[in-house]
Design a protein around this ligand. Sequence first.
Ligand code: GLA
Length: 390
Amino acid sequence: MAQQFPEQQDIAQYDLAQILFEQQFKRSPELICHAPGRVNLLGDHTDYNDGFVLPAAINYGTTIAASAREDKLVKVYAHDCDQQTNEFNLNDISFDQQMMWSNYVKGTLQALMTTYPEIKGADFVVTGNVPQGAGLSSSASFEIAILKAFSQLYQLDLDGIKAALLGQQAENNFVGCNCGIMDQLISAMGQKNHAMLLDCKDLSFEDAPIPDDLVLFIVNSNVKRGLVDSEYNLRREQCEKVAEHFGVSALRDVTLEQLISAKEQLEPLLFKRAHHVITENSRAITTLKALKSNDMATISVAMKESHASLRDDFEVSTKEMDGLVAIIDNVLGADGGVRMTGGGFGGCVVALVPTAMVEQVKDAVNSRYEEEFSLKPRFYLCTATQGAFR
Ligand code: GLA
């Protein structure tokens, strides 16, 4: 059986995928593969503006056990989507209104077939531990795991960048979310113990080590995310309008000085949206440099400003996420950083926490969050892991 070398913590998922495959298909899988979810340390809503992001792949992900078929059928068992099964023919792919998760499989394989029309079908089972709808990219890790499985089953010359673009294509053209490239790219190309500064304009990237004594501390606000796709697509349109005003293809090519001098000509709301994106790009670069020199005071300020900008200028935070950030910031001060992470409208906050302060942060959240917001927080203590194609 061809197999990646799993991280220690993924072994249980590999075993589970193997057992589930044997139960479903009455034989052993040809391969098992895995793609991680991600957390973004800085640079939100910048990727679709050709800007900079600073994500890390995390030790929560999606695992697939698969075998090739001789025909064009795809049979999938999704353990964590109510143990549902879906079956379709690669020559006849259509959107499924009922089984939404199956559209990630269909969209991804349709995108893959634009480059590799000759692929045949597969039997596979999927299981994962990225919380769904929490802003940690369960769907991107699903897409990248599917692409990894098919690239191994059919020996396709797919690399991480190509795979990321295909995953994004599935979201944009099939699922209906106009997302950027960040989530798929870091799931494919993350580097163990590193965050990645990705330039979304030309997809060049630089890895930055995460200091040994820091934990990627993620807290799920457990706010049910609403209107995510429509609000997300609206933010993107607003950014595009400002780029159009300046006659450039993306906000990446507008400087803060240019924006400020055009303030009177822009609708106030559009000004705020663009102000977030342009300042967020500089914060991502500043944070990369600060990570490299282990300058926590600078990281702390950049994360604080990023949260305020996402809250006030881009308006994608919630009162619960603001509350979590305030509770954690109060403990960490300049010794760590905290902000909301991902698309927003609910989901998670991310903190960079010195190992010695982890218990203090947990205690503070446990004693205040539920009392203030009547919601139970959930903690994920993460390390940065390797992407599926790295
Ligand atoms: C979602 C999208 C990404 C990115 C983030 C916000 O996760 O999938 O492309 O835009 O939101 O930074």
